[in-house]
Design a protein around this ligand. Structure first.
Ligand SMILES: Nc1ncnc2c1ncn2[C@@H]1O[C@H](COP(=O)(O)OP(=O)(O)OP(=O)(O)O)[C@@H](O)[C@H]1O
Length: 182
């Protein structure tokens, strides 16, 4: 398995991406960076992130910066777990283009809306309604290599499914198919 490996976790807020990413880091034999859109956005000033008018015009640059940074870290010979909320197909297509030399697996981290809303309330640090707003844009997109349902599978089970996939001879095709749309 090459060093230029990306495990791309795509799912709505509270679906369990970060928990799975952390468990993957513990269980995978090789070291993987965990690069999350949340941490990337924390590096940006709050007053701009909270400004709808600013984000409306600048979101594209910010997201492209994140996608390019993932490609740069991977291209330098590292393995990466990406934790992202793909609200627009264009973001995935941009990633597919940037990842053309890498072995990238697209994982759909699914969770039904009623369970997401329960988790959102329990967490207390997520704006109520975030999962509902993201649900259709993120999950309507049907291309993926593996789908995980975190309302049915524990963090441990989801992690094992991803590791089994990586260790198998399965060819990851989702990003290849996305590239055909460019
Ligand atoms: N089977 C499960 N798999 C993953 N997370 C679960 C599961 N069951 C409950 N959770 C809980 O869901 C909550 C949200 O998980 P997590 O922070 O990993 O989500 P996330 O998708 O990274 O969210 P965000 O995008 O908002 O950061 C956590 O409290 C986690 O413990």
């Amino acid at each position: 398995m090459s060093n230029n490996q990306i495990i791309f976790l795509n799912g709505v807020s509270s679906s369990g991406k970060s928990s799975i990413a952390k468990q993957l880091q513990k269980k995978l034999i090789n070291p993987y960076f965990h690069l999350s859109i949340d941490s990337f956005l924390h590096a940006f000033p709050d007053q701009f992130l909270e400004s709808c008018s600013y984000m409306k015009t600048q979101q594209k640059q910010i997201m492209s910066g994140f996608h390019s940074s993932v490609a740069a870290v991977t291209g330098a010979g590292n393995r990466v777990i990406v934790d992202h909320i793909m609200k627009y197909p264009e973001w995935l297509i941009e990633c597919a283009d940037l990842f053309h030399d890498f072995n990238a697996i697209l994982v759909k981290v699914y969770c039904p809306l009623d369970e997401l809303e329960k988790r959102e309330k329990l967490r207390g640090d997520r704006e109520i309604g975030t999962a509902k707003d993201q649900f259709n844009p993120v999950y309507n997109f049907s291309l993926f290599d593996i789908e995980i349902d975190t309302s049915k599978n524990s963090i441990e089970e989801s992690t094992n499914t991803i590791i089994d996939y990586i260790e198998s001879d399965n060819k990851s095709l989702a990003f290849d198919k996305l590239r055909e749309q460019i």
